[in-house]
Design a protein around this ligand. Structure first.
Ligand code: KDG
Ligand code: MG
Length: 408
């Protein structure tokens, strides 16, 4: 069996999804997602210029050897661009494998450990009242877990993932007005004074059963993060995400020494070599990698198994920049993984998105149910994608009030 061709498509409704389609001499094809938010053209070029010419003629069933060939063969290894490109190839090869076997992927991993997988939604508000309304709307829809982000009184601009105006919903991150970023102003003291109390008010209003998550988005120093994690202990968070920037992994020691608040990290990690210390030293409770830019199913499965040895559960990244293809790959892993924790999930199911990526996966009462179709269980309409084109966008940058550049 041989790979005869592969094509990359960039575009989608409100997102620059990077979709890879691998064709074979037996008519079976596979789909992969290489979307790297606001840098989408780079994994697309890596696939087109370097990987696809090598892929043609290979036996698609040898997904392990193909992964090793690209990873070891690149010499300059890792990084989000390369790992997203390898990730897309790997997903597509697993999709082909499942279709050849006539089985959904979770069966090839070892079968289902659960029917529905717990997901969390994103609630956000320009102020606390606005956030309460947003949380209430998700609770009414049946969500059991909600991430909460709130505008901070006195902060000169909106902060991470928070709308600038009340009732504007989640102001989601990418600014499509061009590649020059907007500037957000950050003030740690104002955040530290306001946020623990706001989280407690959310707990008081919604009761003990709602799983509440919060993303610090790398904004605190180790000492501040330790103090914050300790201050929010009475709230009983499901997790506190990215309290400090991930480069300094020893920072986590200080947080652990001072608090038992569960910690989730990993959405900016691209390989097992970036998270093995955190996992083996049991400095985190949830690993947040994504199958897209952590090298696909083959590599993320290794991370899941390592995490399982150390009581670390999964909480894969699922920001809306991931297409339904990588969300399907994660859904199969979530159905199988014995150490599954939760899945970040933003409803992608607009009519436009469903027409581009038809599937039978569904969400009910805050749980995600994976399709039983062979392979990933999601398709891709080449005629639909022709309606969209690439739109340059950017994440904001963050500065302190004196102008110092800070972590987005
Ligand atoms: O592109 C960046 C986003 O994916 C990231 O900011 C989202 O932190 C994020 C999250 O937890 O979803
Ligand atoms: Mg995050």
């Amino acid at each position: 069996m041989k790979i005869t061709d592969a094509k990359v498509f960039v575009g989608g409704p409100g997102k620059n999804y990077v979709t890879l389609k691998i064709y074979t001499d037996q008519g079976v094809y596979g789909l992969g997602d290489a979307t790297l938010n606001n840098r989408e053209t780079l994994p697309a070029a890596y696939l087109q210029d370097y990987l696809i010419p090598n892929l043609i003629g290979m036996d698609p069933r040898n997904s392990e050897d193909i992964w090793q060939f690209f990873y070891r063969g690149a010499y300059f290894r890792r990084g989000p661009i390369a790992m997203a490109a390898f990730g897309a190839i790997d997903m597509a090869l697993w999709d082909i494998k499942g279709k050849l076997a006539g089985m959904p992927l979770y069966q090839l991993f070892g079968g289902k450990s659960r029917d529905g997988a717990l997901v969390y939604a994103h609630a956000a508000g320009a102020d606390l009242d606005d956030l309460m309304d947003s949380v209430a709307s998700y609770v009414d829809q049946g969500y059991k877990a909600v991430r909460v982000q709130c505008g901070i009184p006195g902060m000169p601009t909106a902060s991470y993932a928070v709308p600038e105006e009340k009732s504007a919903g989640t102001d989601y991150i990418t600014d499509f007005s061009g590649i020059r970023p907007k500037v957000e102003i950050w003030d740690t003291e104002k955040y530290m004074r306001f946020m623990p109390e706001a989280l407690q008010k959310i707990r008081d209003r919604f009761g003990p059963d709602l799983k509440i998550l919060h993303d610090v988005h790398h904004r605190l120093t180790p000492r501040e993060a330790a103090a914050f994690a300790k201050a929010v202990e009475p709230v009983g968070l499901f997790w506190l995400e990215d309290p400090t920037p991930a480069e300094d992994q020893d920072a986590l020691n200080l947080i652990r020494q001072h608090s038992t608040t569960p910690i989730a990290i990993g959405e900016v990690f691209n390989s097992i070599w970036e998270c093995n210390k955190l996992i083996e030293r049991e400095l985190i409770d949830f690993i947040r990698v994504a199958v897209t830019y952590a090298g696909g199913i083959t590599h993320v499965k290794r991370i899941i198994d390592l995490a399982g040895l150390h009581n670390v559960r999964t909480g894969f990244h699922g920001a809306p920049s991931h297409s339904p293809i990588s969300m399907a790959a994660q859904a199969h892993l979530n159905a199988w993984a014995p150490n599954f924790g939760i899945q970040e999930y933003l409803v992608l199911g607009t009519p436009e998105c469903d027409s581009l990526f038809p599937s039978q996966h569904y969400l009910r009462d805050g749980l995600f149910y994976v399709s039983n179709a062979p392979g990933l269980g999601v398709d891709f309409d080449e005629d639909e994608v022709a309606k969209y084109s690439y739109k340059p966008g950017s994440h904001p940058v963050v500065r302190l009030e004196d102008g110092t550049l800070w972590n987005y």
